[in-house]
Ligand binder design. Sequence first.
Ligand code: DX5
Ligand code: ZN
Length: 225
Amino acid sequence: MDLYVAPSILSADFAHLADEAAAVRGADWLHVDVMDYHFVPNLTIGLPVVQSLLRVTDIPLDCHLMIENPERWAPGYGEAGARNVTIHAEAAVDPVAVARDLRATSALAGLAIKPGTPLDGYLDILREFDTLLVMTVEPGFGGQEFIEEVLPKVREARRLADSGHLQLRIEVDGGVNETTIEAAAEAGADVFVAGSAVFGADDPAAAVAALRRRAERARAGTAAR
Ligand code: DX5
Ligand code: ZN
């Protein structure tokens, strides 16, 4: 599978989202962090902003729902036209039901796990999902440091996906930058979310391209071994 770079608009200027989306041309997905102040101690944006964004950008939207009761809210993002909608395992009562509802909207279904959440409890349901988002920071805020201790979980997810012939994208989110992206790619991630590393750069599109090059190089190195 191709590597995807997904800039997170959490680090963008919320008053100029159309311009910010235009500034990351070449990105594969645009990552939208939805926070409800309950599942995480922060509050961001929701469906109306996603609907507006869909009207101004061709970049597929990757909605990361850090919210309680995803059963109630997630399908709306798929119906609106988001490409991928990810819910948190820790918040969902019936993640499989949400995955099925999402896929029925023709969105891809994603399952996210926090740094401290083991993969073990979710092995049986991974085939219901298209994306596994392994958080590499505690969800809630941009600009935090990448937690390297999470990498074995990425490696394990990659091994399981490959051995089970799952078409599962493995996404890392939090603290991804030009330094940390290589280890994440080596561990088997293939979607890389980056907020501050992209929107904090003078040239966000160049930052996306640079991240992609680093990840591709790391992956090529792994394949050569
Ligand atoms: C954090 C969010 C991330 C955040 C990443 O809860 O899920 O998507 O925007 O920001 P950086 O790349 O700055 O760590
Ligand atoms: Zn996110």
